[in-house]
Design a protein around this ligand. Structure first.
Ligand SMILES: [Zn+2]
Length: 330
């Protein structure tokens, strides 16, 4: 139980700052925890919520054992509300924010006030953001709003300016590696998982938990086959679109292209997927442009688009691009 509220090692410094501010009564009413995906922003938000509500907080953090801490972990503390997109949806609607405001205006059960965690904040639609803004301008007494975002640039500036920002950058690779190894992951496996997730430790753990390596290699195999003139674009697009997180595949794809660019520049590449070197004849500029395209499609996938069609288009382009290597190989 206590584990879920324990500090992530790369957040120690930021945690100390927050804990001191809380102790000195200077914790602002609204915080925006920002940083890349997979660095534990939500973990930090929950730990802070527990610290605010804990019956016996210590200098290091929430006790992790009291009734309040346990309820925070189970997400059923009456003075803590979470605001997230509905299941299967990508936006937070105004109704959800209105509920949140109702929650904040009711008096708290305990003496320690009310806490709200809203994540991911960039999912707020325009009406929801406007509605939240009013609350941020006049926050109810004894309340703390914790916004979490990996794309803070998408939030209205008016919201950003009313929150104190707390940035969590990616930890150094060695620290992320050590953390995974302490969870019992082997060195090579941990390195491969970090490589696949651009160095984000929590995503690396998720990758390992969800058999991500097998899914990643299967996705690569699909691309490799298309490049070799085998396989069917539509079939592969259908397969990817039916996966729970097709955007992950696009992220892996970006890593492969980055690795390809490194190979082309004569640099060393850790854990390249099998056969990547066959693509090193592709013009670097085209590889670069293709990576840009993937990033654009990844952004589109967050909106209401036909995912299968977007993926199919990308895969057709990949097939065409990789034909260039086949022509140059006798
Ligand atoms: Zn506690």
């Amino acid at each position: 139980m206590a584990d879920e509220l324990s500090a992530l090692p790369w957040q120690n410094e930021v945690w100390q700052r927050l804990a001191t501010a809380l102790e000195e009564g200077r914790l602002p009413h609204a915080l925006l925890i920002q940083g890349p995906q997979g660095v534990g922003k939500l973990c930090l938000a929950r730990r802070l919520a527990a610290m605010l509500l804990c019956h016996a907080p210590g200098p290091e953090g929430p006790c992790g054992r009291c009734d309040a801490c346990r309820r925070v972990v189970r997400q059923e503390h009456p003075d803590l509300a979470g605001c997230y997109p509905e299941e299967g949806k990508r936006v937070i609607r105004v109704d959800a924010v209105r509920e949140l405001i109702d929650f904040l205006t009711l008096s708290a059960h305990g003496v320690r006030g009310k806490v709200v965690i809203l994540a991911p904040a960039e999912a707020l639609n325009v009406n929801a953001a406007n509605s939240l803004l009013k609350t941020l301008e006049e926050p109810p007494a004894n309340s703390t709003l914790i916004l979490v975002s990996h794309l803070p640039g998408r939030l209205p500036a008016t919201i950003r300016s009313r929150c104190q920002r707390v940035s969590i950058p990616l930890p150094p690779r060695s620290q992320a590696l050590r953390w995974l190894q302490e969870l019992g992951v082997g060195g090579d496996e941990a390195e491969a998982a970090l490589e696949a997730t651009a160095g984000a430790p929590l995503r690396a753990r998720e990758h390992l938990d969800q058999n991500g390596e097998a899914r990643r290699l299967a996705a690569w195999e699909g691309l490799r086959r298309l490049a070799a003139g085998e396989g069917e674009v539509l079939e592969l697009a259908q397969d990817w679109a039916s996966q729970e997180t097709p955007e992950r595949i696009l992220e892996w794809w970006l890593v492969w292209l980055l690795q390809l660019r490194r190979l082309q520049s004569g640099l060393e590449v850790a854990h390249p997927p099998p056969g990547l070197e066959h693509l090193s004849l592709l013009p670097p500029q085209r590889v670069h442009e293709f990576a840009d395209r993937i990033m654009r499609v990844r952004r589109w996938l967050e909106g209401p688009v036909n995912i299968r069609l977007q993926l199919a288009d990308l895969l057709y382009r990949w097939q065409r691009l990789s034909r260039m290597t086949r022509r140059s190989v006798p």
